[in-house]
Design a protein. Structure first.
Length: 279
């Protein structure tokens, strides 16, 4: 192998390690319309998600995740709310599994288990975490078969969530929140779906956007985006930084930034990552 060929081979080998350094953007994800959940669909904006415009494959989930299990992210880790045999016997989720990557969540691998301290969550109840503040909101109902989500507990961090030591707990004001409504948050924005129909067979009709968790509690909606998805209210949603998704395979050798061409920007990324690989 000549010197040029050797350099190209080395260049190709490190592409995968630096491809994620390109500018990242928010990505909106939803599970497919099936239960249990078997895949994600990703969109470039909330408007695109609500209208099912230009959706792309966001990753397969195998083994499939049952609809009773919620998923959330704090911007660093991914989490799943689920149950062991004791939880299932009482018809509630009683543990969290924390994953280091989106791929690990989807394959249920390399997870770290945390048991809820002296409490459980009714099946389908939700958790939303704002990555910018660390604030965590856990929804709740009066009883397992209630058709309404009455309010939430609020925590400063994951340790408080596990220990169930909220700094606030109360009911939602100025609104009636159907049990099938789903919650999530990212970069200071809080989201809640609107649904119609009987509990357990609802359809998503829109998404409310809130500027803070306080606004969500008090029903102060910053924006409502109507949805034409016609999708079941049981689907789950996430907003994440695109850098948290595995990079798509490039069909162009050397195209590190994914713009469809090999040029100076790719060389710049390569040189900025030159040196000894971290362990």
């Amino acid at each position: 192998m000549n010197r040029m060929s050797s350099a190209l081979a080395s260049f190709a080998l490190i592409i995968g390690g630096v491809a994620g350094t390109a500018a990242a953007e928010e990505v909106f994800l939803r599970t497919d319309g099936f239960t249990p959940y078997t895949s994600w669909i990703k969109y470039a904006s909330l408007q695109a998600l609500a209208t099912d415009t230009d959706g792309l494959a966001g990753g397969n989930i195998a083994p499939a995740i049952p609809s009773k299990d919620a998923m959330f992210t704090d911007g660093v880790f991914f989490y799943r709310i689920t149950s062991d045999a004791a939880g299932d016997a009482g018809q509630y989720n009683n543990l969290f599994i924390r994953y280091k990557s989106f791929n690990d969540l989807n394959s249920n691998s390399n997870g770290e288990t945390f048991y809820m301290n002296g409490y459980g969550m009714y099946y389908d109840d939700d958790i939303a975490v704002d990555n910018s503040s660390g604030r965590i909101l856990r929804t709740t109902r009066y009883v397992a078969d209630s058709t309404v989500t009455i309010g939430a507990y609020v925590y400063n961090n994951f340790a408080e969530l596990v220990a169930n030591t909220p700094f606030y707990a109360g009911g939602f004001s100025n609104q009636t929140v159907a049990h099938d409504c789903k919650f999530w948050a990212y970069n200071g924005k809080w989201y809640r779906t609107n649904v119609s129909g009987a509990t357990g067979s609802t359809v998503v009709t829109g998404v409310n956007v809130y500027n803070s968790s306080e606004d969500l509690y008090n029903g102060v909606v910053a924006q409502t985006i109507e949805s034409s998805l016609g999708a079941p209210g049981s689907m789950r949603f996430l907003t994440i930084d695109s850098s948290m998704l595995p990079p798509p395979p490039s069909s162009c050798l050397g195209d590190i930034d994914g713009d469809g061409a090999v040029g100076g920007a790719d060389l710049g990324i390569l040189l900025s990552n030159w040196g000894v690989c971290p362990e």
